[in-house]
Write a protein that binds this ligand. Sequence first.
Ligand code: SAM
Length: 285
Amino acid sequence: MSEKLAMDGLPPLREIIEKHNLAAKKSLGQNFLCDLNLTSKIARYAGSLDGVTVVEIGPGPGGLTRALLMEGAKKVIAIEMDPRTEPALEEISNHHDGKLQVVFGDALKQDMQALVSGRTKIIANLPYNVATQLLLNWLEHNPWPTWFESMTLMFQKEVVERIVANPNSKAYGRLSVICQWRCDVKLAFTVDKANFMPPPKVTSAIVHMVPKPLSADAPSLKSLSTITLAAFNQRRKMLRASLKNTLPNAIDFLTALNIDPTLRADALPVEGYLKIAKAYENLED
Ligand code: SAM
């Protein structure tokens, strides 16, 4: 082991990985970031962490965790599935006066809100196998706006492109509508494969999402899901055809809402989906 310490006074990440035998497991979506300059850049994108509790999913050997603490987070609550990381994370916690609390288990099964109090941000390099489901769980939270101020998340670049996509693009779909309905979304920057150990097959990207208030006449997530699922499942068809089995008389229904029934799913902006979902919901009452 080298004597050289990283900028936070702890051993370099590659040494930690070697010392604790943290060979990456594919089944856990493990691709580790080893450059504290890069993880600090991610942490800074979330804005000031002064007085903020950060929820991190999947700290692994702690590359992003260390940056969050260096950038001044009041506390980091990290949820990790892999018990092999315990000694590495304990070392970080001791170095930072216990500001790091690690919960071992499956993030999908955690009541995260119960773990935090005060101002909270979610910042994570998400395990790819559960990333979209975690995001949808956070977006589905009621009441809204919710227990976190923002989410700064790393996904595969294609997923981020879907989250931020505009109408009339190939990436525009259900995920774009649901994310942009509930949050202001921004692609922060992309991260090349070469920055990971081991390098994944695809490029990654960071998205920054800030919950925004819902309007008084917002539809339920359930009806929005029903409508977007039907529309985008047949995205090349006109809405009058793709929504035929969901709406009673699709052409009249859409025309009454001032929505052109001959549009295809990817041409209708988010507001259009909200209008249809609300009217559909009123129909069910
Ligand atoms: N944050 C580290 C980094 O940036 O180097 C590791 C990120 S790695 C892409 C994903 C991490 O999530 C791994 O440490 C993995 O063990 C963990 N993980 C995988 N599935 C999980 C789950 N369901 N709940 C909590 N952690 C999980």
